[in-house]
Design a protein around this ligand. Structure first.
Ligand code: HEM
Length: 581
């Protein structure tokens, strides 16, 4: 960078020239400090002016040259500097230098050990391939598979990762326990959900406790209530002119989540209703852009979470004041179980920890199950043959029953075709398309190295659409699950320590929902949805439908006694029901 320090002196004729140029030409470009002899000036100044300055400056230029000719500069003075730079140019060059150094640093730290898989960390340091990945993780991965194979390295959002669509690698990653990897959520989600549950391990007992309540055994006594909530909601659908499927399904799964997590004590209904109103704001915010400013979705969501925490504190106060007998015997909802829970050191959970677990369960329960219902309805609208088979199965179940009444867990599990439909939806749409772990140390799996601090990402959405693992993967065909697939090839709920604890609950909810919707109701699309497609959300990649699917629902059979009066969860007979808990 060349600058002549003498050009700054007051007496310097070039300096006067400069200011004369500014005053006469009236343009900022005149700020360029000229460092040339008289002869040279006549050549370089016009060139400079011609290349950068519009005509209006030319008059000023003439005056500058005339004044210069009458100045005291000696014509024999040698040129001191052939090129001068503006402040902006300096800043630009410095910035480019810094960026180059950062890039070199980034490249230097790329782990090039031979057993780290091949791949690209992107051209830009830090940013890596973020934009392409976030836009559509499945498409990004498909392109890299063609280039590098089932395992490759990539860089996004400031982290480096080994990305896997290899069933053996992915299965081994999750089944080797907690010593090598820990679960990793984006910070925005960590703030919302807390880390109490995610960071817990099988040994800590907290996972066992939640898994116990949501296990098939634990769910058995609740199936009739889940059945009642669903049937009651569907009867409300019938009364509406048009049903917006996605939001209506979320309402159902939210009600079930509230019931399973908080119970159904009638005296607490007001608090449950308040939590129910806050939940959509909290859940939607978790996948929104994380900008914590008043008015943004993220801000509102966090405020909603704080309010939920206060309401949970009120519930806890009520319950701990309630009779001791209530706390003797098995817990039938998650909150009661958390209140009784003691760590290995004999300590109870504090309010923050209890709210963390409750919030992560609300978050896990509502959206994925509702998305599975929505995607299945879309497929049933597109494929009448699949729908006919599903209806036939529901009718057969009904025909085998002696008494009307809610479904039992055994009946739910016997609806093979409906179960397969659910499995096929999870395969085709991969409701949770990827899972992420961070390596605590250098970990080698089947000869592939994940360096310490790197992430290991399993792209289950690509595994589920791999033509080498699934015949005609684009086709929606529930019958393919008549023969169970290889465990490693199909991971919609993950596997190992952090496998989804709500797997059975999701199965039960979705199966009962379709049993009632197909057996008791007729429904058709309102309008056309030819261009409807499932898109990935930005920050939390979960398929979301671009357009709301709308259906019109009507009763399929003449009114039956048990259908017209479903067991109400609120209020009515609630007192008698809750006493059974
Ligand atoms: C169709 C429905 C569902 C799908 C596809 C699904 C899928 C998943 C997946 C893939 C994971 C991540 C596992 C991992 O990181 O390896 C997960 C975690 C989790 N899910 Fe689900 N889930 C569903 C329903 C539910 C329900 C109904 C609940 C709650 C009752 C729930 C609660 C959770 C929780 C708490 C976690 C975190 C587990 C942990 O970190 O240890 N999910 N789910």
């Amino acid at each position: 960078m060349l600058i002549d320090p003498r050009s700054k002196t007051e007496n310097c004729p070039r300096s006067r020239l400069y200011w004369a140029g500014v005053l006469n030409g009236g343009r900022t470009v005149g700020r360029k400090r000229l460092s040339a002899s008289e002869d040279e000036l006549q050549i370089s100044l016009p060139a400079l002016v011609d290349s950068t300055i519009p005509q209006q400056f030319h008059a000023g230029r003439e005056r500058v040259i005339n004044r210069h000719q009458s100045s005291t500069i000696q014509p024999s003075q040698p040129p001191r500097c052939s090129r001068v730079y503006t402040r902006h140019e300096y800043v630009g060059v410095c910035l480019a230098g810094v960026l180059f150094l950062v890039w070199l640093f980034w490249e230097f730290y790329d782990d090039r050990r031979s057993n780290v898989p091949k791949g690209s960390l992107g051209f830009l340091p830090y940013i890596g391939e973020t934009s392409e990945f976030v836009k559509n993780p499945a498409e990004y991965t498909a392109k890299r598979i063609e280039k590098f194979g089932n395992l490759f390295k990539g860089a996004f959002m400031g982290v480096r990762a080994v990305v896997s669509t290899d069933p053996d690698f992915s299965y081994a990653r999750d089944t080797q326990g907690d010593h090598s990897f820990h679960i990793s959520l984006p910070w925005s989600l960590r703030v919302m959900l807390g880390e109490t549950y995610n960071m817990s391990t099988e040994q800590s007992g907290l996972q066992k406790l939640v898994l116990g309540i949501l296990s098939p055994e634990g769910l058995k006594p609740h199936v009739k209530h889940i059945d009642a909530i669903i049937l009651e909601s569907l009867i409300q659908w019938e009364g509406q002119t048009v049903v917006e499927v996605s939001s209506a399904c979320k309402k159902i799964t939210r009600r079930i989540a509230l019931f399973m997590i908080l119970g159904n004590d009638h005296s607490e209904k007001k608090i449950h209703d308040q939590i129910s109103d806050l939940l959509p704001i909290f859940i939607e915010a978790a996948s929104s852009t994380p900008i914590y400013l008043p008015g943004t979705a993220y801000y509102n969501g966090y405020q909603a979470r704080l309010k939920i925490e206060k309401l949970i504190a009120r519930l806890i106060r009520r319950r701990t004041k309630a009779s001791v007998e209530k706390f003797i015997g098995p817990s039938h909802n998650v909150l009661d179980a958390l209140l009784k829970y003691q760590t290995s050191e004999g300590e109870h959970l504090n309010l923050r920890q209890i709210s963390d677990v409750v919030c992560i369960l609300f978050f896990g329960c509502q959206n994925p199950s509702a998305a599975a219902m929505t995607c299945t309805i879309k497929e049933l609208c597109d494929l009448p043959s699949v729908r006919r088979k599903a209806v036939a199965e529901c009718d057969a179940v009904e025909a085998r029953r002696f008494f009307p009444g809610p479904l039992t867990l055994a009946e739910v599990r016997n609806m093979r075709f409906i179960q397969n439909m659910f499995k096929e939806t999870l395969r085709k749409y991969s409701i949770v398309p990827l899972t992420v772990r961070k390596a605590k140390e250098d970990v080698e799996i089947n000869g592939t190295l994940v360096p310490r601090g790197w992430f290991a990402v399993t792209m289950s959405c690509n595994m589920h659409m791999n033509p080498k693992l699934w015949m005609d993967p684009d086709e929606y065909n529930p019958s393919r699950f008549e023969n169970p697939p290889k465990v490693k090839n199909y991971l919609p709920f993950g596997v190992g320590t952090h496998m989804c604890p709500g797997k059975t609950l999701a199965e039960v909810m979705v199966s009962i929902f379709f049993y009632h919707l197909l057996h008791k109701f007729k429904w058709k699309l309102d309008g056309k949805y030819e261009d409807m497609k499932i898109e990935y959300g930005t920050f939390l990649p979960t398929p979301v439908s671009k357009e709301e699917i709308r259906i019109i629902v009507s009763r399929r059979r003449p009114k039956r006694k048990h259908l017209s009066s479903p067991p109400a969860i609120w209020p009515g007979n609630m007192k008698t029901q809750s006493s059974k808990f």
